[in-house]
Design a protein around this ligand. Structure first.
Ligand SMILES: C[S@@+](CC[C@H](N)C(=O)[O-])C[C@H]1O[C@@H](n2cnc3c(N)ncnc32)[C@H](O)[C@@H]1O
Length: 308
């Protein structure tokens, strides 16, 4: 359980995507979609900030999140028409959300919250089933090799900022580096608030996020049924510049499409070797000793921008 994710008003105030980030995502979608965005799914939608962005463009949007209070907030935030949101696990988002999405969006290494690589493979397989022909999956994740290191230190700071409804808050996110056994990145996060209604004055939490070796990711994507890579972007820069898809690329935004949709050879096929290796080598995350609270190293491109 992540306490920060339960504080949806606070989350919205701190992590609302910037105009630059919204424009960058729109640009990436225009590059890879032949049609405009019609139906969007966010399988870890939180309070629905990205769904709101696409709903404002006239798309039908659907989302789920494991955190009921986030869904409550999304229900308040989003328009009623053309919107479906409900509590659900991203391993298999609720069937009631529908299928035939021409855009699935899941930024910020939210898949890093899953418990292990089997869960990630289940997630990709279920997203693959929901994609419309030629639909794209925009997914943020961290590519790290076994020998990679991540320097310990502050990765993101925000505030103090005013919170709608009163009060103010500041957030600091630190990386404690890659854990050698699990290859998870350990994140420590502290949010301090003053006079924010129904909100603790301190939220302090620590959690681990899965990272992926290059080969492991390819195996997972193949085990999930196969995807084509249409684009790879640097998720630490809100401009989302292109980045080579390679070992240790770090925080990236990938644009994927179902492999069987590939008519022309425009993309790179992911997962040449069929593998159960990934699943077989799937360490379970340790339970973190989140003594205070818990939540997110929200790694939307925007959020990891200020790695210092
Ligand atoms: C970094 S936030 C991203 C929220 C939203 N997509 C955004 O970009 O603002 C990660 C979200 O993943 C959700 N989450 C974590 N584990 C989940 C799971 N197994 N299934 C669905 N949602 C999950 C959290 O509750 C949280 O809202």
């Amino acid at each position: 359980m992540h306490t920060f994710y339960q504080q949806s008003g606070l989350y919205c105030a701190i992590f609302a995507p910037t105009k630059l980030m919204r424009n960058s995502i729109d640009r990436v979608l225009q590059m890879h979609l032949t049609r405009k965005v019609m139906r969007v799914l966010d399988p870890a939608c939180g309070p629905g900030l990205w769904l709101a962005h696409f709903a404002a463009q006239g798309a039908e949007v659907a989302g789920s999140d494991i955190e009921p209070s986030a869904i409550e907030q999304a229900t308040k935030l989003l328009p009623k028409r053309g919107v479906r949101v409900m509590v659900g696990d991203m391993r298999r988002p609720p069937d009631e959300l529908g299928a035939d999405f021409n855009c699935v969006i899941n930024l910020d290494n939210s898949i890093g919250h899953l418990a292990d690589y089997n869960d990630v493979a289940e997630h990709f397989a279920s997203i693959r089933q929901r994609l419309a022909p030629r639909g794209v999956y925009l997914v943020g994740l961290a590519l790290r090799e076994r020998t990679d290191t991540i320097p310990e230190g502050v990765v993101y700071e925000r505030g103090p900022i005013d919170i709608p409804g009163g009060g103010f808050a500041a957030l600091r996110t630190e990386s404690l580096g890659l854990q050698p056994k699990t290859r998870c990145e350990r994140i420590r996060q502290i949010i301090i608030t003053a006079n924010v209604k129904d909100t603790p004055t301190v939220i302090a939490e620590q959690y681990d996020l899965l990272t992926f070796t290059f080969e492991m990711l390819k195996d997972i994507l193949m085990a999930a049924g196969g995807f084509e890579l249409l684009g790879c972007y640097d998720a630490t820069d809100e401009d989302l510049p292109s980045k080579p898809f390679r070992k240790g690329a770090g925080d990236v935004l990938l644009v994927l499409r179902r492999a069987d949709d590939m008519q022309k050879r425009t993309g790179k096929k992911l997962g040449k070797k069929m593998g159960k290796k990934a699943a077989a080598k799937s360490p379970k995350k340790p339970t973190t000793s989140a003594t205070a609270a818990t939540p997110t190293r929200s790694r939307t491109a925007a959020r990891s921008t200020r790695r210092t």
